[in-house]
Design a protein around this ligand. Structure first.
Ligand code: GDP
Ligand code: MN
Length: 368
């Protein structure tokens, strides 16, 4: 499968960059991790890995978010793990919990039904709150208002196996990128039965342009593939065959984004429309699908960035800069059928992550 041309979205760096040598000013950015006190060990693991791969050079601050008060144990352990300032914030009120227009009895009955149907996490009220929070309210958290960019992290089963020898926030700003991702996957269809219908209705109601989308979605090989899928399937909402979305979405447990996009009137209106439909509770909409569809609807393709050069593993999926793209496809036939050259596969985990630049070879100077 031919790699698409990269006109719109070339990698920021191939191999190790010299940025480390520069005393460049830091961006207005923070790392962000939503976690529970019980996630302590996982949070330490993720951040030890990120420090080794990246933050030991850049010392970006981190903002921890929790819906409950932090334990002193968590605060002490994480403060000792990170090299930048650590802030421990509690979110509550309207950000975490049912919005007033949700019928809570109906929501709980739907959650039980979803659980009976075997939908993972669907029986946990807190999981629904978490998804809704990450899809919208997080961007209004007071402690995040002074930052423009965030790098979203998760505790547990996260690893950054390769060195990142440049500042991704600086590159995002310079390249006018608003949303960056490492892995694209298919959403579990039973979690989003009505999501795409709502998105399509919103597109019509808001009179979002379709002609440009059509041109971009059908232009050969000029777009990052996941974006092309999303656009193509959004455009299909106009077709006589009705709504279609192939469930492709950016996996938002890794995300580097310009929060001004998510704070824009356009994204706010999009989120409010979906929120009002109740699908964060009556179904089990994930924030990843909502972010992805919002980005596909509201951003120009060139404003998205695939961090091809950034090693990331979470659970069975990963993005590894030097792993053979062919092997990735071989390991994931379904993905191959979708031309998913940048979709990590489970089988690749066995061979480990191959990097262009490894943390242990970087000693404050890029020698690799
Ligand atoms: P998955 O990634 O969809 O499998 O779900 P996770 O269990 O990994 O949760 C995703 C993120 O949300 C992680 O950062 C969790 O720590 C966080 N999270 C999930 N539920 C809660 C919750 O009830 N409270 C808090 N504070 N964080 C949560
Ligand atoms: Mn996770």
């Amino acid at each position: 499968v031919a790699r698409p041309q990269e006109d719109l979205d070339p990698p920021f760096v191939r191999g190790c960059s010299n940025d480390l040598l520069l005393e460049a000013p830091r961006e207005n950015a923070t790392l962000v991790m939503l976690a529970r006190n019980s996630d302590l060990q996982g949070a330490v693991n993720t951040l030890q890995s990120l420090e080794a791969a990246f933050n030991q050079f850049y010392h970006y601050p981190i903002t921890f978010l929790n819906n409950e008060p932090w334990s002193q144990e968590f605060i002490d352990a994480l403060t000792n793990t990170v090299s930048g300032d650590a802030h421990f914030e509690v979110v509550n009120g309207t950000a975490w919990g049912y919005p007033p227009f949700i019928d809570q009895d109906y929501a709980r009955s739907r959650m039980l039904a979803q659980e009976r149907d075997g939908i993972r996490y669907a029986g946990q009220e807190s999981y629904h709150h978490m998804c809704r929070f990450n899809a919208g309210p997080i961007f209004d958290v007071p402690a995040l208002q002074r930052y423009r960019y965030y790098w979203r992290l998760e505790p547990d089963a996260v690893d950054f196996p390769c060195a990142l020898t440049y500042d991704p926030f600086t590159r995002m700003r310079a390249a006018r990128k608003l949303y960056g991702y490492t892995v694209a996957l298919w959403e579990v269809d039973t979690t989003v039965p009505s999501l795409f219908r709502r998105v399509a209705a919103y597109k019509r109601a808001a009179r979002l342009p379709t002609t440009d989308l059509w041109r971009l979605a059908t232009a050969p090989s000029r777009l990052p593939l996941p974006l092309r899928w999303l656009l193509g399937h959004l455009v299909q909402t106009r077709a006589p065959t009705g709504d279609a979305w192939n469930l492709c979405h950016y996996w938002s447990n890794f995300e580097i984004a310009d929060m001004d996009f998510f704070r824009s009137p356009a994204y706010r209106a999009f989120f409010a429309h979906l929120d009002a439909a109740g699908g964060f509770y009556y179904e089990r909409w994930g924030d990843a699908a909502v972010h992805s569809l919002g980005a596909a609807l509201l951003l120009e393709p060139a404003q998205l960035h695939f961090f091809e050069d950034l090693g990331y593993t979470h659970g069975p999926f990963q993005n590894c800069p030097e792993n053979a793209k062919g092997a990735q496809r071989e390991g994931a036939r379904e993905l191959a059928a979708h031309d998913g050259w940048n979709v990590a596969s489970e089988s690749e985990v066995g061979v480990g992550c191959r990097c262009r630049c490894r943390p242990e070879t970087v000693q404050n100077k890029p020698t690799c």
